[in-house]
Design a protein around this ligand. Sequence first.
Ligand SMILES: [Zn+2]
Length: 306
Amino acid sequence: MRIVLLGAPGSGKGTQAKKLAAKYRIPHISTGDLLRAALAAGTPLGVQAKAAMDAGQLVSDDIVLGIIRERLRANDAKKGFILDGFPRNIAQSQSLDGMLNNLNQPLDCAVLMDVDFDVLMQRLTGRRTCENCGATYNIYTNPPRLDDQCDRCGAALRHRADDNEVTIGNRLRVYDSQTKPLIDLYRNQGRLEIVNGVGDEDAVFKRMLTVLEPIAKGMRKPKLPPLPPAKPAKAKLPGKSAVPMKSKPLPVKPLKPAAKAPPKPPAKKAAGKPAPKKPASKPAHPKKKSRKPAKPAARRKAAKRK
Ligand SMILES: [Zn+2]
């Protein structure tokens, strides 16, 4: 089973991912964790990522994708994976599809853990952590018996400074605006499953299984992503060609089909030799080489002008 798990901060995504990983014996691949591990291990991609971070830049998609690809080679990922933290936007999802297709391991679906904004706010702003033993509470949903005091060890409970409403509200809105197009994309492709993420974790997990069991049992075939109009795949270079980064190859105007270039062969004396594509007759203007598809007509015109 190969899935992408989507959900806002506070949606409980991490918890569910762990439970799913245990149930299906597939790895929970959190790109945040992966990246940290690659940095720590100093792998080539980790080194690149570190360079970007040291320069104050975001780690590029192809580095992240490369790290994911390496992770997928491990034996434990043969049966599938739960991807968490990537993709976050449409371009990334297309890159991911490209890579998974090359590996012949298409996604089964994307699962969105759906939790209302207000509930997320409550979960996130209500968090309290014991400074001593690490126990966690939520003053709304799982309060300690005594205010600000750990049930287990009696130590003071901490409220992280950035767990305030303004900061968290901003984080959620940013997440929402960034992820919405991605969610819409998966929905339009018929590859989105939505699981209600409100309630205790076992209840949510049951809902997850309702969605995922048919996939696990092979009763549902993965729906293949509509790939961007096939560039004649240079499948040999898994390094880059698999990953059409940044430049969205959206199927816009297929101007000038270069492939069927010479519509009318230069109708001169088309007798003897099969006309070579490039008018070898005149060695004119070698500079102009860069204009490859060499429309004979245009060139003749240009020649006349001179
Ligand atoms: Zn404690």
